[in-house]
Ligand binder design. Structure first.
Ligand code: URA
Length: 435
């Protein structure tokens, strides 16, 4: 077989065979396929959607180009994945809560992508904490704390690592087949069984419409069910941040508030409970999502989830007293500025993409691959849809490294909030579940 024959099939609109797909994935990892051929393959798939069987074959083939982890643990091994958003720190509350209930949740997590934040960058806002771990250390932390969120090593799904970089520069990221195979090949290489997917929709998500989000959710669930085990998805709102802060250390503060007093942080607690409840149902640990959600909230209210979070932080080199002393331990930015409402009204819409890019421009995300980031910068006290404001009231607080940067972003973000009149209802947190 050779790359030209596979590409010729794609050009003619023929369905690729399992052997062709497996050969191509192997060639991506071994470099028998060159960059031009990989780009042509990605464009071919964008123009010629795959059958379910072909998508499953691509997912498994990309998984098998690298190491597949195996776990020998006395409870179910489960996982959660979010398609990414702004102020989305739910993996950090859900992981420890699920661990406190007796399941094991080894999460291979990512860094910030585009305007969205990354779980690893957020965790690394905790002084001393490292998310890079050897395979042995990863196994040890999962066994002891029940959860660990770590960076995927280079030998996990290397075909995806290469294809993703090429998609990024050939305008071929937006293919449901390629997104599905990319996400799931890495998740399945993590060796997990039941999987819950948080598919975000709205201004701060990659998928802006419910229709596109639903198509992606269905593709992820169908493929995961065929390739691995039970999977379910919730389509959740991303027309505003999941918490009123955006930025690495600032989101860790929101996580600690939710883990120590979940009833005061309702939005993140509800999403954690619903996604966690669905995961417990898929793992056979709850009769229904609602019963699972009750278990998750109990684990948060009792302090058991916070205790697991503390164990994980200490095991990764962070402060041993983080759960008690997080307010003193997290870095804070030297300058704060308000984003002021230009007139009175009610928050009607929020441009989540603009908020995310505001944090990137403050230095909290990357404009170039490999760039360092400042964990302390970001936004807090973000007004939510339905909040009434008077002229001059703060719509958000900018935390910046310098006065110039904080002033510039504060001016720019005034336009990220649309103010309407009268009562405006907040959007639902969950639009749909896909089982
Ligand atoms: N996240 C991934 O891992 N892959 C994609 O293709 C898109 C988002």
């Amino acid at each position: 077989m050779d790359a030209r024959a596979v590409l010729a099939s794609l050009r003619k609109g023929e369905a690729l065979s399992r052997d062709q797909i497996r050969w191509f994935a192997g060639g991506l990892a071994s470099k028998d396929v060159d960059d031009a051929q990989a780009g042509a393959f990605a464009m071919g798939i964008c123009r010629n959607p795959m059958t379910v069987d072909a998508r499953v074959a691509l997912t498994m083939a990309m998984r098998d180009t690298g190491r597949v982890l195996h776990w020998d643990l006395p409870g179910p091994v489960v996982d959660k994945h979010s398609t990414g958003g702004v102020g989305d720190c739910i993996s950090l509350t859900l992981g420890p809560a699920i661990a406190a209930l007796g399941a094991y949740i080894p999460m291979l997590s990512g860094r910030g992508l585009g305007h969205t934040g990354g779980t690893l960058d957020k965790l690394e806002a905790i002084p001393g904490l490292s998310t890079e771990m050897s395979g042995e250390a990863f196994q040890r932390v999962v066994r002891d704390a029940g959860c660990a969120l770590v960076a995927a090593s280079a030998d996990i799904a290397p075909a995806d690592r290469r294809l993703y970089a090429i998609r990024d520069v050939t305008s071929t990221v937006e293919s449901i087949d390629l997104i599905t195979a990319s996400i799931l090949s890495k998740k399945l290489a993590g060796g997990v069984g039941p999987l819950v997917l948080d598919v975000k929709t709205g201004s701060g998500a990659f998928m802006k419409s419910i229709e596109d989000s639903e198509a992606l959710a269905r593709s992820l669930v169908t493929t995961a069910n065929s390739a691995a085990g039970p999977a379910g998805a919730l389509i959740t709102d991303m027309s505003q941040p999941n918490v009123p802060s955006v930025g690495n250390a600032l989101e860790i503060m929101e996580v600690m508030l939710a883990l120590t007093d979940p009833d005061e942080s309702s939005q993140i607690s509800i999403l954690t409970a619903e996604l966690g409840g669905e995961l417990l149902r898929l793992a056979g640990m709850a009769e229904s999502r609602a019963e699972g959600a009750r278990q998750v909230l109990d684990a948060m209210r009792s302090g058991a989830a916070a205790e697991r979070f503390g164990r994980m932080v200490a095991a990764k080199g962070g402060p041993v007293d983080f759960v008690e002393r997080w307010r003193d331990r997290l870095p804070s930015a030297p300058v704060v500025r308000e984003v002021n409402a230009p007139h009175a009204g009610t928050v009607a819409a929020i441009d989540g993409h603009a908020l995310g890019m505001g944090v990137v421009h403050l230095g909290g995300g990357r404009l170039r691959a490999g760039q360092g980031i400042d964990p302390s910068v970001g936004l807090s006290d973000v007004a939510m849809i339905g909040d009434p404001v008077e002229a001059g009231d703060p719509l958000a607080i900018v935390h910046g490294a310098t006065e110039e940067e904080a002033d510039a972003i504060a001016r720019e973000l005034t336009g990220a909030f649309t103010l309407g009149e009268g009562q405006i209802d907040p959007p639902p947190l969950i639009y749909k579940d896909i089982a």
